[in-house]
Design a protein around this ligand. Structure first.
Ligand code: ADP
Ligand code: TRP
Length: 337
């Protein structure tokens, strides 16, 4: 990571849950801090242009942007070290996107994962393929390519579902460079967080806001407790030795608890010394422990969002000149200036 530029984009969609936290938020913050420590640069932005494809209510959009920005700050994103900004504060991104469009084969978009998933959903519901699909969603990967290429990013940490989008960015950059016979754009690489945990939800499926099976990060204790105590269990008595891996509460616990504590729960289950009530309380403690410190910070930033606005605008001031440079390089090449 030494001297590398690492860029992370996050869509402001919905109140984050424990799955987002361990699978995406924490790993991204840790990596960002590591990169900065190693002398590299870290860009972290809220992808609000991407969000408007799906969210048309400005009040909701604003609330989600606030929540996601405050979550990242609460869990240790350091806005004085990482360049933290909102996508829509960098208008050059849209100009870069327009230029990239001229080099984006339509076939790439037809095959892009976000668009295909939307078509599949329509088909499953018996609707026409393109029902409610707007051009923003269809061309999503080109805007994402502009996000990445604008800052000469070397590395883009992503979940599996975004790998293809980074590859599209790389392909578009490669085609432009080949056409002009020089390295106008830096070819980015994706980075899959090693051992990223996929947390199951309270019903055993992947924890996801779309399944309504989440353990929220910052709800009050009663609400978190309610979610945890709704986790499916069976009717075996406590004394019966159990295989921890078959127990949903344990599967969630091991995603967030320390190795020592995880081992303690595993042993207790194997030896028939811990009942379902016990382990649910242990999970509740682990969730509260993980989130308690952060919750204070989160509440503070939500109540003083003007401070966050200032951070975002400082971030944009740092990011914009770089995007301007990339845009100028591109314009000079494509218009022969
Ligand atoms: P959701 O499934 O709740 O809609 P998103 O698709 O918005 O969540 O995911 C946001 C980020 O959180 C992605 O990087 C994704 O990989 C990660 N993530 C989502 N659900 C989980 C989970 N259950 N376990 C681990 N990571 C997750
Ligand atoms: N598409 C990403 C997601 O859905 C968000 C995103 C937008 C992004 N632009 C990006 C991620 C650039 C990395 C780099 O999660």
């Amino acid at each position: 990571m030494h001297n590398k530029t690492v860029l992370t984009g996050v869509k402001p969609t919905g109140t984050p849950h424990i799955g987002n936290l361990v699978g995406a938020i924490k790993p991204a913050i840790d990596l960002g801090n590591e990169v900065v420590k190693a002398g590299g640069r870290h860009f972290m932005f809220v992808a609000d242009y991407h969000a408007i494809n799906a969210e048309k209510n400005p009040a909701v959009l604003n609330q989600k942007l606030k929540e996601i920005a405050c979550v990242y700050l609460a869990f240790g994103l350091d806005a004085s070290k990482s360049v933290f900004y909102r996508q829509s504060d960098i208008p050059e991104i849209c100009e870069i996107t327009t230029i990239l469009f001229a080099y984006t084969p339509k076939g790439f978009m037809n095959k892009a994962h976000a668009y295909k998933a939307a078509v599949d959903k329509n088909r499953a519901a018996g609707k026409p393929d393109d029902d409610l699909i707007n051009m923003g969603l269809y061309t999503y990967p080109t805007l994402m390519a502009a996000d990445i290429l604008a800052y000469d990013s070397d590395i883009v940490p992503v979940g599996k579902d975004q790998v293809q989008h980074v590859e599209i960015a790389r392909d578009i950059a490669g085609m432009i460079n080949a056409h002009y016979g020089k390295e106008l754009l830096k070819l980015p690489e994706y980075f899959l967080t090693p051992n990223a945990v996929l947390l199951p939800g309270t019903d055993g499926r992947k924890m996801s806001k779309s399944y309504n099976n989440v353990i929220p990060i910052f709800a009050d204790k009663a609400e978190i407790k309610k979610a945890i105590f709704s986790i499916k269990t069976d009717s075996r008595p406590m004394e019966e030795p159990k295989n921890p891996e078959e127990i949903l509460v344990y599967q969630i616990y091991k995603g967030i608890a320390t190795p020592d504590k995880t081992e303690e729960m595993a042993e207790g289950l194997k030896e028939g010394k811990l009942g379902y009530g016990h382990i649910k309380n242990m999970l509740l403690d682990a969730v509260l422990e993980t989130t308690l410190n952060a919750k204070e910070k989160y509440d503070y930033y939500m109540a003083h969002f003007d401070e966050v606005e200032e951070m975002l605008s400082n971030g944009a001031q740092k990011a914009r000149p770089l995007a301007q440079k990339t845009l100028e390089r591109l314009k000079n090449a494509v218009f022969g200036r």
